[in-house]
Write a protein that binds this ligand. Structure first.
Ligand SMILES: Nc1ncnc2c1ncn2[C@@H]1O[C@H](COP(=O)(O)OP(=O)(O)OP(=O)(O)O)[C@@H](O)[C@H]1O
Ligand SMILES: [Mg+2]
Length: 460
């Protein structure tokens, strides 16, 4: 495993999930062990068939039976399509890449839309690297360096070797290590009480954290280490499986960084690059293929979720269908609230604005409008999540608004209503507060009516 990949940061899925605050109450699909949905669980309410279907999708993703194919959630606005995709992401866990892209994000002025898509696709393909390594692992009990005079400078001393005692709960072992390892120990500032492991074959030293009770307490150490580890069990010398997942995009970036470094050293400047050269991607693919063939790595097709997919134009769709046919393809999940509509960039009408050849590869999950009872539960959950206290009649008023206008509009009214209530000196929001904010803030239908009424006064 070349060193190059180690330096790459992975974009954490947690970050993506944090961004989408309207769905912060969603923890998973809320299914029982048999995959049957529980009416209210994991922050999700009702929508039982779609949740069951989503559970099957998760199973297929985990078993690798969906790569190169896709899922399309179809349903009216506010029916929970985005919410379900996020629930799928939560179910999949940290190790499966999940990338979220909204159709509208493609049209940035800075980067070509196929580049935006390509990046998203490559972020959604994981490579899980498993290595069995022979290692010495333990907490440092004793560390001593053997110093020698620098070969050219008699006034400087350098380590020639080191003697280090590692301890587990069951054993203690003292190792004489080479100069190469001694230098790493100095670089990493390894001290008594550190938990480390040394790769027995390559000699690479890894510092993992600290173990309590071995270090000599020093007053300036207090805040330096927050992660304390358990003292490991078993032998000091052992085989250890190391697993980590990187993405194709990480490999692209690593190769691009390498190339940049070469440019800088040859030409003395850094080219401002917005796009990754296709040549680099080829190299990266080649590298990934070798890793996979070596048997030490496996492909983890992740999920690329494209929300509001009707925003994609014909060019973007043909790019996607090429991706779906290629060797490294993520699972593509899409969502739309459009019926029959024009495919962007053409005069052709198609179901959901998606070309037929792409539709052919998709399993479609319908998402239906909510019943008033379901809306009531969702509003209660969101009120809880947003820390808004509703009286019973305020809840009734919101459910009515959700039915007549939309669920999203009803949810959006809660925060302004809370402000009005607090100005009255009340903690709880009442039906009157709701009525008042519903006059101050209108929903889309009302704002269109308003625009029509005063048409001649608007700028054209
Ligand atoms: N079944 C559900 N349980 C709990 N919360 C839900 C459920 N369905 C939707 N919500 C919440 O209701 C709001 C609207 O749902 P969401 O944004 O998922 O709708 P959508 O179908 O994606 O709509 P659009 O077509 O407008 O994009 C969100 O805050 C979402 O988290
Ligand atoms: Mg949505």
């Amino acid at each position: 495993m070349p060193e190059l990949i180690r330096e790459v940061k992975e974009e954490s899925k947690k970050e993506i999930l944090k961004r989408i605050s309207a769905h912060s109450h969603i923890r998973g699909l809320g299914l029982d062990e048999k995959g049957e949905p529980i009416f209210i669980a994991d922050g999700l309410v009702g929508q039982l068939e779609a949740r069951k279907a989503a559970g099957i999708v998760v199973k297929m993703i985990r078993e690798g039976k969906l790569a190169g194919r896709g899922i399309l959630f179809v349903g009216p606005p506010g029916s929970g399509k985005t919410a379900l995709a996020i629930a799928i992401a939560r179910e999949l866990g940290q190790d499966t890449p999940f990338v979220m892209l909204s159709g509208a994000e493609l049209y940035s002025a800075e980067v070509k839309k196929t580049e935006v898509l390509m990046r998203a696709v490559r972020r959604a393909i994981g490579i899980r690297i498993k290595e069995i390594r022979r290692v010495y692992e333990g907490a440092v009990k004793e560390i001593k360096f053997v110093m020698t005079r620098h070969p050219f400078n008699p006034y400087v001393k350098v380590p020639k070797a080191a003697r280090i005692t590692l301890a587990t709960r069951d054993e203690e072992k003292t190792l004489e290590v080479s100069q190469e390892i001694a230098l790493q120990l100095i670089d990493l500032n390894v001290r008594r009480g550190d938990l480390i492991w040394i790769d027995a074959d390559t000699g690479t030293v890894h510092k993992v954290g600290r173990v309590r009770g071995i270090e000599k307490a020093r007053y300036y150490d207090v805040e330096a280490y927050r992660v304390y580890r358990e003292l490991p069990k078993g032998r000091v010398f052992k085989e250890r499986e190391i697993v980590r997942t990187i993405t194709l995009h990480d490999i692209d970036e690593a190769f691009a960084a390498q190339r940049r470094a070469i440019t800088v050293s040859v030409f003395g400047f850094e080219a401002a690059e917005r796009e990754i050269d296709p040549e680099i991607r080829k190299e990266a693919d080649e590298y990934a293929r070798k890793l996979l063939q070596s048997g030490h790595a496996e492909l983890v097709p992740g999920v690329l979720f494209i929300d509001d997919v009707h925003m994609l134009d014909i060019e973007a769709f043909s790019f996607l269908s090429r991706v779906m046919e290629s060797e490294f393809s993520p699972i593509i999940i899409m969502a739309t609230n459009r019926g029959i509509t024009r495919i962007r960039g053409t005069d052709i009408e198609s179901p959901h604005g998606v070309p037929l050849d792409v539709l052919d590869r998709l399993l479609i999950i319908p998402v239906r409008p909510y019943t008033p009872e379901e809306m009531r539960e969702i509003i209660k959950i969101r009120a809880d999540e947003e820390d808004v206290e509703l009286t019973e009649d305020a809840l009734d008023a919101l459910v009515k608004i959700a039915q007549e206008r939309s669920l999203r509009y009803a949810v959006q009214l809660m925060q302004p209503a809370k402000i009005i209530a607090s100005r009255r000196g009340s903690k709880a929001v009442t039906a009157k507060d709701i009525e008042e904010v519903a006059k101050l803030f209108v929903d889309v239908k009302q704002s269109v009516e308003y625009a029509r009424k005063w048409e001649q006064l608007f700028l054209k």
